[in-house]
Design a binder for this molecule. Structure first.
Ligand code: MN
Length: 252
């Protein structure tokens, strides 16, 4: 397969490098990733400054294009300008830190996969369940397996898979659980502090979400040491409400 690989942690992040090396054994992989960390930029694109894609190489074993833009920019630029043919699959990651529940809305990792899905390409967003990312190689092994399955089965146009993998050795992972996106809340997301000039400032954290104890939700599935796979749709229309509000009397 021809695979476009990107992330939101920057082209030199260990997660994307581990994935590159794992996928390269059987696939043609092109890395097009931000030139610096762009975590939590969501689906932002760059409109008011020029984009540059510089070829970079690390020890001759890792090559790619470093883009001074967002993850969504990387995918868009890759599809329209850099790649000569449409990729068969777009993979974003591996992000250190789970992208489950409400994080899906803020994540640059997820947005890159979403950008690919907007063009009808099958895509995976991949994250591991810890900030340390101690087992990227093991997670990458899981991704190679999942990529084959997605290539074989295909995905509906406009749908991508949000994959979260326990940060554990390959064989310590319990298996795969198909899950739905949680809507957990962040308790005390802000740290209120005082700067050296006695002015208040706020530092946003928000790593710890609280989920309903439902094993079919992404967060709990991951916490139970399963690879959590959630299909996500680009079309955010609420069709139930659409039908319902059609019956409302809207005019005076
Ligand atoms: Mn990130």
């Amino acid at each position: 397969m021809q695979i476009l690989l990107t992330n939101d942690d920057g082209i030199y992040a260990p997660g994307i490098q581990a994935l590159y090396h794992a996928l390269r054994a059987d696939h043609q992989v092109t890395v097009i990733a931000p030139d610096r960390e762009r975590s939590a930029v969501g689906h932002a694109i760059t409109l008011h400054q020029p984009l540059r894609a510089n070829r970079v190489s690390l020890n001759a074993h890792y090559n790619g294009y470093a883009v001074n833009g967002t993850p969504a920019d990387c995918v868009k630029l890759g599809i329209y300008e850099i790649l000569e043919t449409r990729p068969d699959l777009v993979i974003s990651g591996i992000n250190p830190g789970a992208n489950v529940g409400v994080n899906v809305n803020y994540s640059g990792t997820v947005a890159a996969a979403k950008e690919a899905a907007l063009y009808g390409l099958p895509a995976l967003a991949v994250s591991v369940h810890s900030r340390e990312g101690l087992h990227f190689e093991d997670a990458a092994r899981w991704v190679t397996v999942l990529a084959e399955t997605v290539a074989r089965q295909g995905l509906p146009r406009g749908t991508f898979l949000n994959v979260n993998i326990p940060d554990l050795p390959y064989d310590a992972i319990a298996g795969i659980r198909i899950s739905r996106q949680g809507n957990g809340v962040f308790p005390d997301s802000f740290d209120k502090r005082t700067d050296p000039r006695d002015r208040t400032y706020y530092w946003q954290g928000g790593d710890r979400q609280v989920f309903d104890p439902d094993p079919d939700i992404d967060g709990p599935a991951l916490a139970a040491n399963y690879v959590s796979i959630t299909p996500i749709k680009c079309d955010m229309t609420d069709y139930d409400t659409l039908a319902q509000i059609k019956t409302w009397r809207w005019e005076h």
